[in-house]
Design a binder for this molecule. Structure first.
Ligand code: PLP
Length: 399
C-alpha cells in the first residue's frame, strides 16, 4: 500500500482537530473546588494550600513540604537555603529547562554544566566528580522525563566532598530511586505543577526537605520574610502584627491554585498507571521505525513517565528533527522539544563561551529528541492518531 502524501506536502492530515501537546487533564472535582474557593472569598494563601501541602508531604513521605508559586521559585529559595552564595559554583546538567541554571544565577552563583549520559539523559556522576572545585557548593541534578538520576552515586560524591544536593524534580513527582522516594533523599527537592506537568495547579511548585531549619526558612523567605504568624493573619484566630525579619520573596501559592492541586494529587497514581499503559503502547507501535524509544527505568527505580521522548534516527530518516516536528504539526499533532541544550542558549553561549561540541551528549540528544503527546487527557483514539502520524512521517520518502 502506498503511503499517503504528507500533509506538509498537501496530503490529507491524520487529524483535523489539532492535538495540543501537554494539555492538562482537569476534571469536575477541580472545577467545583475552584468555584468553592471563589465563593469563599479566600483566594490567597490559606486552608487549601495547607491541605495541599499536607497531602503532598504524605504522598512523598517527606518530613516537610512547602508550597510555592513555581518550581523556579523553589529552586531559587533552595539554593539560598542550602548555603549557595555569590561566587559559589553549582553543578547542573545542560539537558534541562532554563530554570535549573537560571536559579543558580539568581543567587549570584555560577552554573557549571556537566554533560548527561546519552541513555538516561541525566547527569553523568563520573563527569560530575571531575568538575568539583573548592568553590563547588551544591549539585543540582534533574530527573529527566521522570527517570531518576543516579542519586546513589551523586549523594555519595556530595557527602564525601561536603556538598549539598538540590534535586530538580519538576518531572519526577512519582519517581523512586532504588526503593527510595525522590523528595526524601536530597537536601531539598523541588517539584513543579506547571500546566504540562504530572500534577497541575496552573502555576505552582513545592519544596520537600527533611531539615526543619530549611523548611522554616523557606516558609518565611517565600512570603516577604514576614514572621511565620503572618500566615495566620487572615484566619479567624485573631489579628496579629507581623515583623519583617529580612527582605524575602513573593513566592507563595494561592488557595485558588491549591484547589486544583488537591484533586490532581488524589489522581496521581491512577494517572501514572494510564501513562504506563500508553508508554507500552507507544513502545510497541514504534518498533522498527528509524527512531529510539526511551529506555526502561533501572532496577529498583520507578519512572514518573512525564515525557515520552523519541530520538529520531535523523541519518536514516534523511530529515531533521525540526522537519519531522513540522510534518507532525501539519498532520495535526503537537509535540515538544525537551530540550535544546541550555549551554547553547544565547545568554549561556555569550557569557560562558560555550559552543557546539562543549557537551556532545546533550547536543546529540538536542538535535534528535521529540516529545510526543503523553497527557492523560489523550483518549485511545488520540493516541492512535499520534501513532499513525509518527508512522506516516517516519516512513515518508524524505530524501
Ligand atoms: C517545568 C520545569 C521547571 C520549571 O517549573 P516552573 O514550575 O514552571 O517554575 C524547572 N525544571 C524543569 C526540568 C522543568 O521541566
Amino acid at each position: 500500500m502506498a503511503t499517503p502524501e504528507l500533509a506538509l506536502r498537501g496530503g490529507p492530515p491524520v487529524r483535523r482537530a489539532y492535538l495540543v501537546f501537554g494539555s492538562p487533564d482537569l476534571r469536575d472535582e477541580e472545577i467545583r473546588e475552584v468555584e468553592a474557593v471563589l465563593r469563599s472569598g479566600w483566594l490567597g494563601t490559606g486552608p487549601r494550600v495547607a491541605r495541599f501541602e499536607e497531602a503532598f508531604r504524605e504522598y512523598i513521605g517527606a518530613r516537610h513540604a512547602m508550597a510555592l508559586n513555581s518550581c523556579t521559585a523553589g529552586l531559587h529559595l533552595s539554593m539560598i537555603a542550602v548555603g549557595v552564595r555569590p561566587g559559589d559554583e553549582v553543578i547542573t546538567c545542560p539537558m534541562t529547562f532554563a530554570s535549573s541554571a537560571n536559579a543558580i544565577l539568581h543567587v549570584g552563583a555560577l552554573p557549571v554544566f556537566v554533560d548527561c549520559e546519552r541513555d538516561s539523559m541525566c547527569l553523568d556522576p563520573a563527569a560530575v566528580e571531575a568538575r568539583i572545585t573548592p568553590r563547588t557548593k551544591a549539585l543540582l541534578p534533574v530527573h529527566f522525563a521522570g527517570r531518576a538520576a543516579d542519586m546513589t552515586r551523586l549523594l555519595e560524591i556530595a557527602r564525601r566532598r561536603g556538598i549539598k544536593v538540590v534535586e530538580d524534580a519538576a518531572h519526577a513527582i512519582e519517581t523512586v530511586h532504588r526503593g527510595r522516594k525522590v523528595g526524601t533523599i536530597a537536601d531539598c527537592t523541588v517539584f513543579s505543577f506547571y500546566v504540562t506537568k504530572n500534577v497541575v495547579t496552573g502555576e505552582g511548585g513545592m519544596v520537600t526537605t527533611e531539615d526543619p531549619g530549611i523548611a522554616d526558612w523557606i516558609k518565611v523567605a517565600g512570603l516577604h520574610g514576614l514572621t511565620r504568624d503572618a500566615w495566620k493573619r487572615f484566619s479567624d484566630e485573631g489579628y496579629r502584627h507581623y515583623e519583617v525579619t529580612f527582605p524575602g520573596f513573593k513566592y507563595n501559592m494561592m488557595d485558588l491554585q491549591a484547589a486544583l492541586g488537591i484533586h490532581q494529587l488524589a489522581r496521581v497514581e491512577e494517572n501514572l498507571r494510564r501513562r504506563e499503559a500508553l508508554w507500552r503502547r507507544y513502545r510497541q507501535a514504534f518498533a522498527g521505525l528509524p527512531l529510539t524509544v526511551p529506555p526502561e527505568p533501572a532496577e529498583g527505580d520507578r519512572h514518573a513517565r512525564h515525557l515520552f521522548t523519541i530520538l529520531l534516527d535523523v541519518e536514516r530518516l534523511g530529515a531533521t528533527r525540526d522537519q519531522v516536528l513540522q510534518a507532525l504539526h501539519a498532520e495535526g499533532i503537537g509535540t515538544g522539544v525537551h530540550y535544546r541544550p541550555l549551554h547553547l542558549q544565547q545568554y549561556y553561549r555569550e557569557r560562558f563561551g560555550y559552543r557546539p561540541g562543549s557537551f556532545p551528549n546533550a547536543e546529540w540528544i538536542g538535535e534528535r529528541t521529540l516529545s510526543l503527546p503523553f497527557s492523560t487527557k489523550l483518549s485511545d483514539a488520540d493516541a492512535e492518531d499520534v501513532i499513525r502520524a509518527v508512522r506516516k512521517v517516519c516512513t515518508a520518502a524524505w530524501g
